[in-house]
Design a protein around this ligand. Structure first.
Ligand code: ADP
Ligand code: MG
Length: 629
């Protein structure tokens, strides 16, 4: 029988499969089983309209048979089968968009890592076989045909015998090589495990003979080998089951079985949508942060199934970055199995699914916040930072979506509160939402800058994450209330304004502050009388957009942009220290000594490091000596 040539692009794909160094060669089985399942589906649909066909559910199955002696693995199905033309058209040429896109993709990459990302179809058999034989009989015909190919040099088709309609794909498994153990595709347990992994939820039974040994009947210590046909797939996926039939434990087991995490899920979301796009999904919000979560290695994504067949392990397009902590899977019949990564990104159905999932996740978080505060706080402690990054990134596009999910520690409540809770209890005259930044709640608690706001009885939100202040700058205002740092320029609080201004204008103080400013030239932009200090002598505040906390964060970034806060040294005129300053006014050395000490104190309180620690300790020694004179 004359050899026929593959079409050019088919040949290239085939060559790629044959020479594949892809490490997950096992996916060939997923591909062949999914084709078998499709073939049974087709028969099923045909039977719906064709009276001659009776679809008896029990007589439809997929069967795997191993012949170790001949090194063959056969995947047989009782599906619709193929005519001679079908064999020619379907297996001799690739005409489907998915495969063509695959070819295009392959032009830019070497291919071995992309193979596993999506269905690659029938040709993937050549990753593990050096000869593939298909014997198929169409349900409409009495004759069967045999298609056979040993690789890229072509294929043959000839008449064959087959008792019933359906297809049998026989792979002559490659010999082991130095780096590759092909024998495993002849081992029942290994095959069973591959089916479990990728095709567990195929709706038709996947049967296999499994050999084992058991104690011989009537004998204590003699064992016998026996072979038993087993259905190796469970057939009904949990996500297709009715929510009411499932317990929290079922979901937790699924979470563990899928290796989504080592913890227990905090919450599951089971979605079944039927509409312009149909899909089932089970999503999880983990309780603990995966160890690599805040590292570059972490990959977000959901498992993607098409009609029960796993097509991608981590489909990242299904989750926005700010929900990257979500684990789980999506199954949709609307997605083609042979879809490339690049195409998938632009797939309309996938986009619709992603959009719908996003709102499901948000609603779940919102209802947790409302009804299960404790759980929500657990979640927030693990992943709240990611939400804040979400607000900060993409130029604030997602702030509306996320701002209601934020929580900050409150000076008054001594626990996490939402922005809504804060705003709803603001006294009428309070103009701004106040916050203070620092390393920890305990440190912020002691910040002198909070004194005035606290005295007014206003609540202060404590920002302890690097990203907090950046996120808040993006939000700008919440329910028409602007945010203000307690160390910022204008606090918008009316104090004994007149008295203060009079004092500021007071010539003596003005001169004093001016000389102090020149001592601190290059370090602070000015020295002034403080309106916010009550018991503390000094503090730093910032004028303009960049706060001291932001400067700190920016400094730590690689390629730091060198942005500086415009720092102001504030002096409490009601503190005794102010009297000492006044007295030192005439003595330049003494004034410089006190000014430097006060400035360094302010730095320390702020959590900044003293620029010259040796000078600082020398200054303190000088003070000690002069105090004991
Ligand atoms: P896809 O499944 O995406 O169409 P494949 O490369 O996996 O691409 O298969 C190519 C075609 O070969 C299928 O569309 C189908 O028409 C045919 N085919 C493959 N396996 C079988 C089978 N077991 N029974 C009937 N037809 C099959
Ligand atoms: Mg296929």
């Amino acid at each position: 029988m004359a050899k026929k040539q593959f079409k050019a692009e088919s040949k290239r794909l085939l060559e790629m499969m044959i020479n594949s160094i892809y490490t997950h060669k096992e996916i060939f089985l997923r591909e062949l089983i999914s084709n078998a399942s499709d073939a049974i589906d087709k028969l099923y649909y045909k039977a719906l309209t064709d009276e001659k066909l009776v679809f008896d559910k029990d007589s439809y199955y997929i069967r795997l048979t191993v012949d170790k002696a001949n090194r063959t693995l056969t995947i047989a199905d009782t599906g619709i089968g193929m005519t001679k033309e079908d064999l020619e058209n379907n297996l001799g040429v690739i005409a489907k968009s998915g495969s063509l896109a695959f070819k295009k993709e392959n032009e830019s990459k070497d291919g071995h890592d992309i193979i596993g990302q999506f269905g690659v179809g029938f040709y993937s058999a050549f990753m593990v076989a050096d000869k593939v034989t298909v014997i198929s009989r169409s349900v409409d015909e009495a004759e069967a045909y045999k298609w056979e190919s040993a690789g890229a040099d072509g294929y043959s088709i000839e008449p064959a015998e087959k008792a019933a309609p359906g297809s049998e794909i026989t792979l002559k498994i490659k010999d082991n090589t130095e780096d590759e153990n092909y024998d495993e595709y002849l081992q029942e347990y290994r095959l069973k495990a591959i089916v479990k992994k990728y095709s567990d939820f195929i709706r038709y039974p996947i049967r296999m003979d499994i050999s084992s040994s058991r104690p011989k009947e009537g004998s204590e210590n003699e064992w016998e080998d026996y072979t038993e046909e087993q259905t190796v797939n469970s057939m009904v996926p949990i996500w297709k089951k009715n929510k009411n039939e499932l317990t929290d434990e079922d979901y937790a087991n699924f979470y563990a079985e899928k290796h989504y995490g080592f913890d227990k899920p905090l919450k599951h979301i089971h979605v079944s949508v039927d509409g312009s796009v149909s899909y089932n999904a089970i999503l999880f919000i983990p309780e603990n942060i995966p160890f690599d979560y805040y590292s570059k290695e972490f990959e977000k994504g959901l498992e993607l199934y098409s009609g029960g067949v796993l097509i991608m392990n981590k489909c990242s397009d299904l989750l926005p970055d700010y929900y990257s902590f979500v684990k789980g899977m999506v199954d949709s019949e609307d997605l083609s199995l042979n879809i490339s990564r690049e195409l998938l990104q632009h797939d309309r159905q996938l986009k619709l699914i992603a959009k719908s999932l996003k709102s499901k996740i948000k609603n779940q978080l919102k209802s947790m916040l409302k009804d299960e505060r404790e759980n929500y706080e657990k979640f927030y402690n693990s992943f709240g930072r990611q939400l804040k990054y979400g607000i900060y990134s993409d130029y604030g596009t997602n702030k509306e979506e996320l701002q209601d999910l934020l929580m900050f520690y409150s000076s008054k409540e001594k626990k996490l509160v939402t922005l809504d809770e804060y705003v709803s209890r603001m006294p009428e005259e309070q103009k701004y939402i106040y916050y203070a930044t620092g390393e920890s709640n305990a440190r912020i608690e002691k910040l002198p800058q909070t004194e005035l706001v606290a005295e007014k009885g206003y609540e202060i939100l404590y920002f302890t994450d690097d990203v907090d202040e950046f996120a808040i700058k993006v939000i700008m205002n919440y329910k028409e209330k602007e945010f203000r740092s307690v160390s910022g320029g204008d606090l918008g609080i009316d104090t004994d304004e007149n008295k203060d201004e009079a004092a500021e204008e007071d010539k003596e103080s003005q001169d004093l502050f001016a000389s102090m400013s020149s001592v601190l030239a290059g370090k602070v932009s000015k020295v002034k009388a403080s309106k916010r200090l009550r018991s503390h002598p000094v503090c730093l505040s910032a004028e303009g957009e960049v706060t001291i906390e932001m400067e700190k964060v920016l400094k730590m970034m690689p390629n730091s942009p060198g942005v500086q806060a415009e720092k102001v040294l504030e002096i409490n005129r009601n503190h005794e220290v102010f009297q000492s300053l006044k007295q030192a006014a005439g003595d330049q050395d003494k004034l410089a000594l006190i000014t430097n000490l006060l400035y360094n104190q302010a730095l320390l309180i702020e959590g900044l490091s003293v620029e010259d620690p040796v000078q600082f300790t020398n200054d303190i020694c000088k003070m000690i000596v002069s105090a004991s004179k």
